[in-house]
Design a protein around this ligand. Structure first.
Ligand code: C2E
Ligand code: MG
Ligand code: MG
Ligand code: MG
Length: 284
């Protein structure tokens, strides 16, 4: 059914569709936040499991309300998409993240960064052109930037996504398949889009050390990713037991609270600078 319609496919997992999100902001509220420049990337490090070297950061959307309280993507993405504001918000995120990478490089710290872009935005050729202009503007090599492709809540033109992502990849950007294992379309996407990275969904990583079934799944995902020549990243590693298990299963990189929670750019920069040889002290 998926492959049959290479045209319009709805990427939406039943789990997400069934869950009401009572805390979502209104379209007017997110529009106001954007106008105030209150939407910013918070950065979470990604680390190699063998050398414990920080290879980059993932940019995660955060906003702050009038009282300074943090607003997370589960309350933002829906209304942004509903208000037709997601492309604009994503470009704001992308520009700030690209500037962060440029700043780190100029200070002698070679790190990459990932941005989350919905299928819907990637179906838009104009959006993709703007991404290219954003790296060109600071003369940044696109290979420092990874685009994590996230599912879209709305219908999108998959053929267009495939065409645009192929173009972006050819220009040097990296592409990651995010939350691998959650979407029914994962394998289909894997066969159609030239990914460079596979991120295993946190749900499979949580409690991994004590769960042989999850270990079998994560090991299979890591093998699949490796045999396709992809970096394999385990998401949401929170403790030493999960770290040991993802190592055992053959993942090449980890991300999660064990290393660090997402940080505002200035803190991420300071955090990176105080490390010895950009390596984090992780349990062996
Ligand atoms: P994601 O891209 O899979 O990001 C990982 C999520 O897991 C983030 O949640 C992160 O804060 C959280 N996380 C990381 N490590 C741990 C851990 O060790 N334990 C636990 N419990 N959680 C961990 P966040 O920031 O709430 O983002 C949720 C989702 O929202 C993201 O999932 C991504 O799909 C989407 N998102 C975030 N920023 C953007 C954006 O700028 N644009 C778009 N389109 N989507 C975004
Ligand atoms: Mg992501
Ligand atoms: Mg993810
Ligand atoms: Mg996720």
């Amino acid at each position: 059914a998926i492959a049959a319609t290479l045209g319009r496919v709805e990427f939406k997992t039943p789990r997400r569709a069934a869950q009401p999100r009572p805390q979502e902001l209104s379209v007017d509220e997110v529009r106001a936040l954007m106008a105030q420049g209150a939407i910013a990337p918070w950065l979470q490090p990604k680390v190699r499991v063998d050398t414990c070297e920080v290879v980059g950061f993932e940019a995660l959307m955060r906003a702050q309300d009038a009282e300074g309280r943090l607003i997370t993507p589960d309350r933002l993405i829906g209304p942004l998409a509903a208000g037709g504001l997601l492309d604009q918000a994503s470009m704001q995120m992308a520009r700030q993240t690209i500037d962060f990478v440029g700043h780190c490089l100029s200070e002698g710290m070679a790190i990459s960064a990932s941005i989350n872009i919905s299928m819907q935005s990637l179906a838009n050729f104009g959006f993709c052109q703007e991404l290219v202009r954003a790296v060109d503007a600071i003369e940044l090599d696109p290979s420092w930037i990874t685009i994590e492709i996230t599912e879209s809540e709305t219908m999108c033109d998959l053929a267009q996504v495939i065409e645009n992502t192929a173009r972006i990849r050819m220009l040097g950007f990296n592409l990651a398949i995010d939350d691998f294992g959650t979407a029914y379309s994962s394998f289909f996407q894997l066969s159609q889009i030239p990914f460079s990275e596979l991120k295993i969904e946190r749900a499979f990583v949580t409690g991994l050390g004590e769960d042989p079934a999850r270990q079998a799944i994560v090991r299979a995902c890591a093998q699949l990713g490796s045999s396709l020549g992809l970096q394999v990243v385990a998401e949401g590693v929170e403790n030493a037991s999960e770290l040991a298990a993802v190592r055992q299963c053959g993942c090449s990189q980890v991300q999660g609270y064990l290393v660090s929670r997402p940080m505002p750019p200035q803190l991420a920069f300071d955090w990176l600078r105080q490390l010895d040889n950009v390596c984090v002290p992780l349990p062996a």
